[in-house]
Ligand binder design. Structure first.
Ligand code: ATP
Ligand code: MG
Length: 436
């Protein structure tokens, strides 16, 4: 449940790991500050004011009379920041003062402690000033003082500091994390590109030690894979090439044999032709895959080309492409793959439909036919080199059994795959997937 709300990216997670304790710490320290310090400071300030008011009142009691009041109030204004005035015979409303804010509550408490006479407070009416009225026997004493005397602004400074420091820490963390994540992201992109058989543009190990290690391991692996592929294609083309020479010799010998034993020669000649075709296919495959680099390709145009060629060879083919599709491909290899699949369809079916479209994460080419299809339990086998169902079905139709093996190789080199399915028309559906 919680997982859904957690950030998905490493960047987000790391930031969260840094920021969460930070915010927690701040909230805790702010709470502690409010609980103790803020209360204490407020009470002390309120007591200071209440003490001053008590001093004024006792001075007035000891020095009664209007003349005395003038110098007492002058003293208060000069030394206590208190504006005092006296309203003779005035009576305050007889109700207890109410305080909601900390400042008011503390002032009420301090007034009760130090003055001990009925009083009213007003912290709202005056702008930036506080009024306190005290009931004396002969009238009401009104005291006005600045809010500052009761109010500690340190809390704001404190909060401001906390927020400011958090923001600075957050910004610094963001900048540093970005740089730490970059090499990881680059490594992920490189691995993705390798998996899809695409070019990896200059990739160097960098970043933190562990990331560099992973990158170096990746580069070593990439080299090993490329060496293996190169070795395999080299061997393939080497073997094919070497076999061609004895094959040519055999053909010449067969030509001579034709005069003496025409029937046996015809049989043998057919076998030799098959072998030659096989070798040509291998060679073409080995040559193509070894050197071809992926490049942005207009898949729709490429498929149309393949389909046109197949039509000329006598297939009834529907072709539809969802808009223009451009993907990085090895065009010749991909053409060979599509051609192989289409050749099969033409060979085994009458009506064929080819569709190309974009999926969320891949490009898919679907080739449907209305032929006999391939039984589910044979769908793995037909990808094996030289495996042919025709051996049991209809020995007459030619073919070496390499077509699908090569097609699958091509698709896998692109990081994609070739999948067999039932077509709605009753025949075989072949899906060529290229990841985006
Ligand atoms: N569209 C299809 N309908 C029915 N069977 C198919 C179809 N495509 C392939 N097959 C079966 O799968 C087997 C393997 O196909 P693959 O293309 O690998 O070899 P091939 O077509 O016999 O020979 P090649 O392509 O080398 O000339 C075929 O022999 C055939 O039996
Ligand atoms: Mg084939």
């Amino acid at each position: 449940m919680i997982k859904r709300f957690l950030p998905k990216s490493l960047f987000g997670r790391t930031l969260m790991i840094i920021v969460t304790p930070l915010v927690l710490l701040q909230v805790v320290s702010a709470t502690i500050f409010f609980e103790s310090h803020w209360d204490k400071v407020s009470l002390r300030l309120a007591r200071g004011l209440a003490g001053d008011i008590a001093t004024v009142i006792s001075l007035m009691r000891k020095n009664p009379g209007q003349e005395n009041r003038i110098w007492i109030f002058g003293l208060a204004a000069e030394n206590m920041q208190i504006e005092a005035s006296f309203k003779t015979d005035a009576v305050l409303p007889n109700e207890p003062p109410v305080g909601t804010s900390i400042m008011e509550r503390m002032l009420i408490r301090a007034m009760r402690e130090y003055v001990g006479k009925p009083f009213q407070i007003d912290t709202q009416t005056l702008d930036r000033h506080v009024a306190v009225d005290v009931q004396l026997p002969t009238g009401a004493l009104e005291i006005i003082t600045t809010r500052k005397r009761l109010f500690s602004s340190t809390i704001y400074v404190f909060v401001l500091w906390m927020v400011g420091i958090s923001l600075i820490l957050f910004a610094v963390a963001t900048i540093f994390m970005r740089n730490q994540i970059k090499p990881i992201r680059r490594l992920a992109q490189a691995a993705d590109a390798l998996g899809k058989g695409r070019d990896i543009p200059s990739f160097k190990p960098e970043g933190a030690k562990e990331v560099r290690q992973a990158a170096s391991a990746f580069l070593a692996m990439q080299e090993r894979i490329q060496r293996q592929i190169a070795q395999r294609t080299d061997m393939l083309s080497g073997v094919s090439h070497d076999l061609r020479t004895p094959l040519t010799r055999m053909k010449l010998e067969l030509a001579m044999l034709r005069d003496t034993e025409p029937e046996a020669a015809a049989e043998l000649e057919k076998d030799v032709d098959d072998m030659e075709r096989m070798l040509e296919t291998y060679l073409a495959f080995a040559r193509g895959e070894g050197s071809e680099k992926p490049r942005p390709t207009n898949l729709s145009a490429l498929l149309l080309d393949v389909v046109d060629k197949a039509r000329r060879n006598g297939g009834t083919i529907d072709f539809h492409s969802e808009g223009e599709i451009s993907v990085p491909l090895r065009p010749n290899a991909f053409k060979r793959c599509a051609t192989n699949v289409l050749e099969n369809a033409i060979r085994y079916a009458d009506h064929i439909s080819v569709r190309a479209g974009r999926r969320s994460d891949a490009i898919e080419v679907t080739i449907d036919d209305d032929g006999p299809g391939i039984p589910v339990d044979k769908r793995d086998d037909v990808f094996k080199p030289f495996y042919r169902l025709e051996a049991s079905r209809n020995p007459g139709t030619g073919g070496t059994g390499l077509g699908l093996a090569i097609s699958r190789d091509v698709m896998r080199v692109h990081g994609g795959d070739i999948l067999l399915d039932d077509s709605p028309g009753g025949g075989l559906r072949v899906r060529l997937r290229v990841p985006l």
